[in-house]
Design a binder for this molecule. Sequence first.
Ligand code: ATP
Ligand code: MG
Length: 418
Amino acid sequence: MIIKPKGTYDVIDKEAVKMQRINRLIDYFCEFYNYEYIRTPIFESKELFHRSVGDSSDIVTKETYDFKDRGDRELTLRPEGTAGVIRSFIEQKMYGGSLPRKFYYNGTMYRYERPGNGRNREFTQFGVEILGSNDPAVDAEIISMPYRLFEELGFKDLNVKINNLGSREDRDKYREALVNYLKPHINELCSDCQKRFDVNPLRILDCKVDGEREILKNAPSILDYQSEESTNRFKKVLEYLNYLDIDYEVDDKIVRGLDYYDYTVFEIVSDTEILGGANTIAAGGRYNNLVEQLGGPSTPCMGFACGLERISLAMDEFEEINKRPLDCYIMYVNEEEKLKAIMLAQDLRISGVSVDYDTTGRSLKSQFKEADRNHAELLIILNSEDLKSGLITVKDNLTKEEKKIDENEIIDYIVSNG
Ligand code: ATP
Ligand code: MG
C-alpha cells in the first residue's frame, strides 16, 4: 500500500465539510471587503524567497522545499503567499495602475517542519495584501477583517497582540540597544538564540524558550525607540481599532518571523483549548520596503496570513458540523424511470436545487435509506404508471405528505418548496 508523505493529510468527511465552510466564508467576506482573488504559482524561483522572507528567517534556514527541475532551475515550493503576490505585482507592472490593489489568496504552502497539532508540511493559508497605501486605516482593516471572519466562524475570546517595529532607522537603533543589553547574557540564551544574536537579534524577543526568562522580560522595549512619526502612526492605528471595537493588547515582544516587516505587526490569538501551543491563527504586518527590495518602485503594503487547518481544528469545539442537507432525492426502479430521473436531476440542478439519485442498482427500500442518509428534504418518486398520465409523485421527507404534480410544473414546484 502506498501512503501519503509525512506532514500531509487528506481532506475528507468532516474535515472536507469544515474546509468548504471556511472557504465559502472567505470568498464571501473578501467580496464584501472588496478584495480581488489572486492565484500565483505554487513553485517560484528559490531566489525570490531568499530575497523576501530573508536568509536569517526560520523558513529559509530550515523549512523550504528546494529542488532542481529537469532543466536545472533552482526552484522552491512556496512557504508563504506574500512573496509570490509581490513578485506578480512587480512583474505585471500593476504599480502603474490605480492603487491601492487589495488582493486575497487561498492555497497550499509547504514547510519542512516537524508535524504536530496544527502544524503540517503541506498546509493551507488564506491571506490578504493591500498594496500601495500607508494609511493607518489599512492597518486597522487588515486586523479587523480576519477578526470578524473568525468571529463569524464561531471563535470567541479572540485577542489581537500588536506591536510597532517602526522604520528601518528606528529598528536599527533598537537593535543596537538590544544587542548591548543581551551581550553579557549571551551564554544564558538557548542555542537557537545564540545563533540569532548575530544574524537577527530581534527574533530572540519572541523565542518560545527564552521569551519566558527574566532577562528578556526586562529587555529594553522597542516602543521606546520609535521616532515621533512612527509613534503617532501607531497611536492612530490603535485609535481606529478602538472605534472598530477590536480587542487588542500592545505586546512589545511580538516581532514575527519574516524579515520584511516594519511598523505594525500583529497576531490574532485564540484561547480555544484544542489548539494548545498552536494558538496563533493569523499573523501579519506592514512591509513598506519589500516591493523596492524585489526590484519594484517604493510601495507601502500590509497583509496577513492565516492557517486554515488551525481554524478547522478549533471549529471542533464550536457547534456540530454536519454536511449540508440535500434538497431533493430522486427514486426510480426501471430504465424508463431512470432516464427521467437523469434529465430531471440536470434541470433541477441548473435551477439551483441540490439533487442526487442512485447509481448502484439499489432497491427502492435502500433508496429511501440513502435519501435519509443525505438528509434529503424532498423525495421525487418516479413510476411508469404515473409518467404515462404526465404525473410525478413528490413526498415531503419530514411530514411524509405525498402529492402528485403535473410533469410540466415539477421544476417550479420543487424550486419553490425545496
Ligand atoms: P509558528 O510560530 O506557529 O511557527 P509562523 O510564525 O511560522 O507560526 P506565519 O509564517 O506567520 O507563522 O504563518 C501564518 C499562519 O500560518 C500561522 O499563524 C498558522 O496559522 C499558519 N501556519 C504556519 N505554519 C504552519 C504549518 N506548518 N502548518 C499549519 N499551519 C501553519
Ligand atoms: Mg513557523
